[in-house]
Write a protein that binds this ligand. Structure first.
Ligand code: GAL
Length: 814
């Protein structure tokens, strides 16, 4: 039976590979000991040269091949090494791989010395002059280096199941939302070698639901049937009367167990987890289980501060959780390469749809380069096709030009290896040659004051084929957490504008915004500090204002946020500008110095297509003038309108209609401008007056579910949260993310607090990154990782102006 042994610990690493590492007498103990996932170079947060991670490095490890492995098949898998690897066993080259984003497996069976210690050396080239995708020209993301995913050995019997591709097909009876359906469960079974008299037996069980985090009881496997295996492809198929469907709301998973039998004995077994779902791109959009479904996603890179790509399971899963649960999205595009299976597994578990694609960025290389790209399609599809969450294969180099011969090959490869999913391929030009099933296009038309997206007919070269927007915003409006307020608001509004426009286009399948979080990039891009500030979150995954736009589109968690701190001094001329309420509540009540001003509902939002769009605050007065002054009702209304417009635009930028209203008051009622100033100071009271306290209450089902208070801060607090406190080493070390922010006594973010915070650890954890950092835009973060020892650990976070914080961790290691 299969046995998997993870080889993530006890590696020795050297930044410079040397031939002598391949010699028997080489003493690796002089090298640094490292654990995987590993980055060949830890990098600063920003302002560094991307050449520092470009090197040919060496990893050395001992494998003790047990005597009892003799006669078995021994397979070594490296899940991800960036970017060009050569593998040596006992000094002899046993394999190589030319892609930093796909896994590769090497058969060690005949090369291992059984009952002895063997030396495994991996030479990893992370230079960017390699003639493989994505290299060859400029790239807008750092590509890092090292063995950054798991490495493991599989010990198998002489005959084994090399793959089981599960192809569930769902038959929907009626075109309406259903939780169950009839299904056919087909699977393609591949063996490493064919022998007579080999049988496959399959059984099925529903996997405990991961809905609401409940693992649930595991059901026993139910036998489906068995069949003799024969030369030339084996497909088993079973009809099922009723299965529970996988959806983004209720992602029900099943497990198909395939046993390989020889002479009645089980000699191998593979369990594939999957869901039953019908995902279709049609001419007029995307359909999930027969229902029209608007894809709402963001693009995700797989990078983190300091360690680049090298983060273990928990951090991969956390990103999926953030996308689904914190940002309320239903989809992600893994730009611009296949990402960790831990990330994809989590997408399967929580119901997050995935568009994944081959590595590449705009540039297409020579014939050898293209061959590698076709190979990458093959590896991507073969390695990822059992992930239910994946609904589309990206088989073009992101934003490359047309190249029909090349793209015929990539399309054919994907279709040949997976006849259950369509292909797409991201381009940045309109009406290009469409060899794919879905036209996927980066629509950057939105510039703040124009249309949110292009209509389908302007873009696609074939109206009968489906259309999906694969990117928007991003470089059109880079935004830092420490930009001034109006800039951050504009960033948020642009995301709202595009989302709203896409929702209004009934024949667009949906969209993926650029992008989930800020990322380190090459010298040719970004803000000069090697960061592209394109995220709706910062690099530590702290939300910017734009993140709130997405959060509002879900209804599980109540959201209430204001686009402004209400500090007028942050605005030109001290005019408020436009202030928005971001909420998913039924209504929001606004109070000024405890006086009720107005109750806003969804209908006040100028975003008709959004479930919960931003709401503009258009009244800072309420009925105060009517009650407090001797005006007629109509007069009071006019005065109020003028005051509110002045607060928003400032005197010099008032719309013409407002000027006319003012003139009317002067001529008809003989009001003097000086009186107007008195009224303004009294009822708006911004510049020159004492500050105001604002309170907002979000109401849901008649109850106040959230309150925010905006008033000048008097005390500063540092708060921090971690994604998990129980750290467990499973296949490798574990990492917890810590997000930190400075807030006032009302828990409002202090956006311009950029002071140092110091970290200290106690117990079996280590920091990733520096022990002193500054907050940026009032936010920051760090990571702690386990050390291989169990016990209680603590992280201390100290800033001079605030009380020291302590986060406790519990570490469990084998
Ligand atoms: C696109 C590209 C992305 C990113 C983005 C920034 O052209 O596909 O990788 O660079 O622009 O907006």
């Amino acid at each position: 039976m299969e046995k998997r042994i993870y080889l993530n610990d006890h590696w020795r690493f050297c930044e410079t590979f040397r031939e002598e590492m391949l010699k028997k007498e080489f003493d690796a103990s002089q090298l640094e000991e490292v654990r995987l996932p590993h980055t060949c170079k830890e990098v600063p947060y920003h302002y560094f040269d991307e050449h520092i991670y470009q090197m040919v490095s060496g990893y050395v490890r001992t494998i003790e091949a047990k005597e009892e492995w003799r006669g078995k098949e021994i397979l070594l898998t490296i899940d991800g090494a960036a970017h060009y690897s050569e593998v040596f066993l006992n000094g002899e080259k046993v394999g190589e791989h030319h892609c930093g984003y796909t896994a590769f497996t090497i058969r060690l069976t005949e090369k291992l010395l059984y009952g002895q210690k063997n030396t495994l050396v991996v030479k990893v080239d992370s230079r960017e002059n390699l003639n493989i995708p994505p290299f060859g020209y400029v790239i807008d993301y750092m590509t890092y280096g090292g063995i950054y995913r798991d490495v493991y050995l599989d010990i198998k019997n002489e005959s084994y199941l090399s793959d089981v591709f599960v192809k569930p097909e769902v038959f929907l009876t009626k075109e309406k939302k259903a939780a169950t359906a009839k299904a056919r469960l087909a699977s393609e079974i591949s063996l490493n070698q064919m022998k007579p008299q080999l049988y496959a037996r399959q059984s099925l069980r529903k996997r405990g639901l991961l809905v609401l985090e409940q693992q649930g009881e595991k059901e026993p496997f139910q036998l489906l049937g068995e069949a003799e295996l024969c030369e030339g492809g084996n497909e088993l198929s079973f009809e099922l009367d009723e299965v529970e469907l996988w959806s983004t709301d209720v992602p029900v998973l099943y497990e198909l167990k395939t046993e390989l039998l020889e002479d009645g004995t089980v000699i191998d077994e593979k369990v594939v987890r999957f869901g039953f779902r019908k995902a279709e791109f049609r001419t007029d959009g995307f359909y999930l289980n027969g229902e029209k479904f608007k894809i709402r996603g963001l693009n995700r890179h797989q990078s983190y501060p300091y360690v680049g790509y090298a983060m273990p399971e928990s951090m991969q899963k956390w990103d999926a959780d953030l996308l689904k649960r914190e940002l309320g999205l239903n989809a992600v595009r893994t730009s611009h390469y296949p990402q960790s299976h831990y990330f994809l597994n989590r997408c399967d578990e929580i119901g997050l749809l995935v568009f994944t694609e081959i590595p590449g960025w705009q540039h297409i290389g020579d014939a050898a380069w293209k061959d590698q790209a076709v190979e990458n399609v093959k590896d991507m599809v073969l390695q990822y096709r059992n992930h239910t969450s994946i609904i589309l294969w990206g088989v073009r180099i992101n934003e490359s030009q047309d190249d029909d011969d090349f793209y015929k090959r990539t399309n054919e490869m994907a279709h040949r290896l997976d006849d259950t999913r369509p292909t797409g391929g991201v381009r940045a030009h309109k009406k290009s040659s469409l060899l794919e099933d879905v036209y996927t296009y980066n629509d950057f038309v939105h510039a703040g004051n124009n249309m949110g997206c292009e209509p389908k007919k302007n873009v696609t070269s074939d109206m009968s084929k489906p259309y999906l927007i694969s990117e928007y915003n991003g470089h059109m409006y880079p935004t830092k957490t420490f930009d001034w307020e109006e800039h951050r608001v504009e960033h948020a509004m642009r995301h709202a504008n595009v989302l709203n426009a896409v929702m209004g286009e009934t024949d667009i399948a949906g969209s993926f915004g650029w992008c989930m979080f800020d990322y380190n990039t090459h010298k040719d891009f970004g803000s000069g500090d090697r960061i592209c500030y394109h995220g709706v979150m910062d690099m530590f995954r702290n939300p910017k204002l734009a993140a709130i736009i997405y959060q509002c589109q879900q209804e599980k968690e109540s959201v209430l946020e204001l686009s402004s701190t209400m500090d007028i001094g942050e605005h030109p001329g001290c005019n408020r500008g436009s202030t928005y309420i971001f909420t998913n509540a039924d209504s929001v009540r606004m109070y000024k110095n405890d006086r009720f001003i107005k109750e806003y509902t969804k209908e006040h939002s100028p975003y008709p297509n959004l479930l919960h769009g931003p709401i503009l605050i258009d009244d800072f007065i309420g009925n105060a003038i009517e009650e407090g002054e001797k005006f007629t009702k109509k007069q009071a209304e006019t005065v109020k309108k003028i005051m509110n417009a002045t607060a928003r635009y400032g005197l010099s930028n008032l719309p013409k209609s407002i000027y006319l209203m003012g003139l009317h008051l002067i001529l008809r009622y003989h009001m003097k401008p000086t009186e107007a100033v008195v009224l303004y100071n009294k009822y708006i009271g911004d510049w020159g007056g004492t500050s105001t306290t604002y309170r907002f209450e979000a109401i849901k089902d008649g109850k106040v579910v959230k309150t925010i208070v905006k008033e000048p801060m008097t005390s500063l607090q540092i708060v921090a949260e971690t994604d998990h406190q129980f750290l467990k080493e499973k296949t490798s070390y574990d990492v917890a993310a810590v997000r930190i922010k400075a807030v006032d006594e009302n828990q409002n973010l202090l956006s311009f607090f950029e002071e140092p915070v110091c970290f200290k650890t106690e117990g079996p954890i280590e920091l990733i990154g520096p022990s002193v950092t500054t907050l940026r835009g009032g936010m920051g973060g760090t990571y702690v990782k386990t050390t291989g020892e169990s016990g209680k650990a603590r992280l201390f976070i100290k800033n001079e102006q605030a009380e020291e914080l302590v986060i406790e961790f519990n570490c469990e290691c084998n």
